[in-house]
Ligand binder design. Structure first.
Ligand code: PEP
Ligand code: MG
Length: 612
């Protein structure tokens, strides 16, 4: 994701109050199935909270530089938004483009920017304080003047000033969006961009659906929304500007469609869709107790990925046989300081206990890429601004080996939780690319275990296995060497696809190029799988590929027998497993792997009934 932006209020030029508003259909990326019908809630409506800060005179240049960076970032975001309007019908473009132009003007050589700069220098306040104060002063003046002449245009201008102020503050503070408290029950959340940390704060019981302007199919926000079972569409250009708060909205997460102010027939069709989806879910729920065995009797392990604890009941309902990927990032999100050993221990223990004896694979912190975590920058461990290309930067195991204390605390918490909880536990290392990283992490693991034993802690006699994610081409192609160092592999096809094809998994503009069925990706999956199978080492797929039942025959045919996925996908994948025969799958996989043309593979695997 190229912007770091939070959510944006649907500030707009008011239309004639009583003009009937026509139905408007926007298309985006289908993220999480289900149909939501509800009133629009623009997530940026509430102001961004800031901590007011005074500064010393010598800090003025640094604060001015921060302001300049935030202005540059805001300009980049707005320019990108404007470019994407081209996909909208002309009348929508004509309505939204002037608004974005007005924002761009305000962050140019404007009275507003001059005023902010003056406040930093004269009042000696931090950049975000100066932005908040100056925008509020100018907006209030515009409101006051509105009493005198042309009230509508002045008020509109005041709203626009406030909106640009919020954008600047969000870019300055990089703060997570925390104001979902005002979200009315049953509302549809519409915004420009939702970060993974924002999505983690959503309550699926209260929220009908989500749609955004930005976002890619396999970014962590998408994964989080799927995990929560919230109908969602991302990447619907023009959305945040097109809907007004309270507009009736339909989000069809399976079709990737958002309808604003639906006509009665559209609404009636959507209601029928809601009923059909619920019926289908009930049917799938019946699969819960059936074993995951192929039609010719081969057992397959189907587990769930967990991103936040509220998913646990969904995992229990899904019939998953354990957690194949616990993404521990949630423990570090939306907080100012790092979680200590006891906090982490308690969280892991509760999750392991709730799985009642089923295995749990805990992945240690995978910071980086789009997953920015304020607590880490707050403690000076990472500097988000320094990483211009975060997906290729200090991500996953790289950070943990540079800051071993982070890894030590987490491993200690996991080891203690593993000793006292009922079920088997495994430890998983993210973003490994070389054997030396596995060796270094294992040394730390052994050292932590020795230290805990000296401390008198009870640990399992045999330490939990330590495995690695295969999620870069480098790791996949070194799989035979890595298999000598690791106890198991978890193939992360989300990042593997991103790094193999050089396509940002969370970027809307290139989402059409993101193709896990590209032969290059499949060959890497095959190479890593075969390396593991030769060593008789456990290997699973835990990327989103595992969640697509149409890919199950291919993955079984490549020799894979263990999959971990978002809980809601487990029943459908089980259905595919129970329908499959291993010999047919192997034959089918051979045929697919002979193809060099991605389009032909898509056709074989997804398309026209040419499967096994
Ligand atoms: C992956 O990359 O496929 C994976 C499972 O890890 P994450 O999605 O958390 O990066
Ligand atoms: Mg990954």
């Amino acid at each position: 994701m190229s912007t770091n932006e939070q959510v944006v209020p649907p500030a707009r030029r008011p239309r004639k109050a009583d003009a009937p508003r026509a139905e408007r259909v926007l298309t985006g990326i289908a993220i999480s199935p289900g149909i939501a019908i509800g009133p629009a809630f623009g997530a940026g409506e509430s102001p961004t909270d800031i901590v007011r800060r005074s500064i010393a005179a010598e800090d003025v240049p640094a604060q001015t530089a921060r302001l300049d960076a935030a202005i540059a970032q805001s300009r980049k975001q707005l320019t990108k938004l404007r470019a994407r309007l081209a996909v909208l019908p002309e009348d929508s473009q004509a309505e939204i483009a002037p608004l974005i132009d007005a924002y761009l003007q305000m962050i140019g050589a404007s009275r507003l920017v001059r005023g902010i700069r003056r406040r930093i220098a004269d009042s000696l306040v931090a950049a975000e304080t100066a932005v908040a104060d100056e925008t509020e002063t100018q907006a209030a003046a515009l409101y006051a003047a509105a009493q005198a002449d042309d009230p509508a245009s002045r008020r509109r201008r005041a709203d626009e000033v406030r909106e640009i102020g919020r954008r600047l503050v969000r870019n300055l503070t990089n703060a997570p969006f925390r104001s979902f408290a005002g979200l009315p029950d049953g509302a549809v959340l519409l915004c420009e961009y939702l970060r993974p940390a924002d999505a983690a704060l959503l309550d699926p019981a209260r929220l009908a659906g989500v749609a955004t302007d930005e976002g890619g199919a396999e970014g962590h926000t998408a994964i989080m929304l799927r995990a929560l079972g919230v109908p969602a569409v991302l990447g619907a250009a023009g959305l945040a500007q097109a809907a007004r708060p309270g507009d009736l909205v339909i989000v069809d997460g399976g079709a990737g469609r958002v309808v604003i102010n639906p006509e009665p027939p559209t609404l009636a069709a959507a209601r029928r869709g809601v009923t059909a989806f619920a019926r289908e879910q009930q049917k799938l729920a019946r699969l819960r107790r059936l074993p995951a065995i192929t039609a010719d009797g081969e057992a397959v392990e189907l587990q769930a990925n967990l991103e936040i604890p509220p998913e646990l009941p969904l995992i229990a309902q899904s019939g998953a046989a354990g957690i194949g990927l616990l993404r521990s990032e949630f423990l570090f999100m939306n907080r100012d300081s790092l979680p200590d050993e006891q906090t982490q221990h308690d969280a892991y223990r509760a999750i392991i206990e709730s799985m009642a004896g089923d295995p749990v694979t805990i992945r240690v912190l995978d910071w980086g890429g789009e997953k920015d975590i304020e607590a880490l920058s707050g403690e000076g461990l990472v500097s988000p601004a320094a990483d211009t290309n975060p997906a290729l930067g200090l991500r996953g195991i790289r950070l943990l080996l540079r800051e071993p204390a982070l890894l030590e605390v987490q491993l200690a918490a996991i080891l203690r939780a593993a000793a006292t909880a009922a079920g088997p536990v495994r430890v998983l290392l993210p973003m490994v690319t070389t054997v030396s990283e596995v060796r270094a992490a294992r040394d730390i693991y052994d050292r932590v275990a020795r230290r805990l034993r000296r401390r008198g802690e009870r640990l399992p006699d045999k330490l939990p296995p330590i495995g690695i994610m295969i999620e870069t081409p480098g790791a996949a192609l070194s799989a035979d060497a890595l298999a000598l160092e690791a106890d198991f592999f978890a193939i992360g096809t989300n990042d593997l696809t991103m790094y193999t094809l050089a396509v940002d998994r969370a970027e809307t503009e290139v989402s059409h190029l993101y193709d896990p069925l590209h032969p290059a990706v499949l060959r890497l999956v095959q190479f890593a799988t075969e390396a593991a199978l030769r060593m008789r080492m456990p290997v699973s797929v835990c990327g989103e590929m595992a969640a697509n039942p149409r890919l199950t025959p291919l993955l079984l045919g490549l020799g894979l027998r263990s999959f971990s996925m978002n809980a809601s996908a487990v029943p459908r994948v089980k259905q595919a497993v129970r329908a499959a025969k291993i010999d047919d799958c192997a034959r089918f996989a051979r045929r697919v792997m002979e193809q060099a043309d991605p389009a032909r593979i898509q056709e074989l695997v997804l398309g026209t009934g040419a499967g096994p």
